[in-house]
Design a protein around this ligand. Structure first.
Ligand SMILES: Cc1cc2nc3c(=O)[nH]c(=O)nc-3n(C[C@H](O)[C@H](O)[C@H](O)COP(=O)(O)O)c2cc1C
Length: 211
């Protein structure tokens, strides 16, 4: 499908859809009741591009009346899952670290937002470690009526390079049975702060505000 057709189809399907210059960002405007939203950020650069977009998203979401809990994965100690299976995918995790702090928020959340820079065509390892620890609560979050969003920045400009991460996000949601509420994909972002005052920053705000 060419880009024109895609925009037309997406617009018809979503009612109101906002697309980025590379056609990957989508923001639906379906309104919901006040939600508990968990925002998981994955960049160690506190003044970086994805943390800026996360803040813009949170500003919009709070203005829309939602309750946001932000967990900066790089400022917490969360070890990678060791696959011991002690949790049985539905129980206590053998490891005692900062995931314990996040766990109740994830269980209660109506929505989870994944925010990460592209690191070698994938999620940052700090965010991925947190996602892997979902394993211990898998039985309680899989099939739960949760929503999600995806915010990502990368330095290159080829949309094809963003596809594996978008695909990862969509496959994760498909597995968990969660509903996507939108994506903001910001290409061409290299130095920290490059995303400020761009359409991607505004899209992140609008995504939060649209919920
Ligand atoms: C370890 C590392 C790996 C990266 N890998 C990629 C990459 O595969 N493709 C790309 O376009 N940019 C890559 N980048 C650049 C970042 O994705 C880009 O600078 C992004 O804007 C950083 O987001 P942040 O400011 O939120 O940390 C990489 C940067 C680092 C530090």
């Amino acid at each position: 499908m060419d880009r024109r057709k895609f925009i037309k189809t997406a617009g018809l399907a979503a009612g109101a859809t906002l697309l980025s210059g590379i056609g990957l960002a989508e923001v639906t405007t379906e309104k919901t009741k006040s939600m508990k939203i968990v925002v998981l950020t994955g960049s160690p650069r506190l003044n970086g591009n994805t943390n800026h977009m996360a803040s813009q998203f949170i500003k919009g979401a709070e203005e829309a009346g939602h309750d946001v809990y932000r967990f900066d994965c790089t400022r917490h100690k969360v070890a990678g899952c060791i696959g011991c299976n002690a949790c049985g995918m539905n129980g206590d995790c053998f490891m005692q670290d900062d995931f314990s702090e996040l766990r109740p928020h994830l269980l209660e959340a109506d929505m989870v937002v994944f925010v990460t820079p592209m690191y070698y065509f994938g999620f940052s390892s700090q965010l991925k470690a947190v996602i892997d620890r979902f394993y211990a609560i898998n039985g309680r979050i899989k099939g739960a009526a949760k929503q999600a969003a995806f915010i990502m920045a990368y330095a290159d400009t080829d949309p094809k390079e963003a596809e594996p991460m978008v695909s990862h996000y969509k496959t994760l949601l498909n597995y968990l049975g969660w509903k996507d509420r939108g994506m903001v994909i910001a290409p061409g972002m290299w130095p920290a702060g490059a995303v400020q005052n761009t359409k991607y920053s505004r899209q992140a705000y609008k995504l939060g505000k649209s919920l």
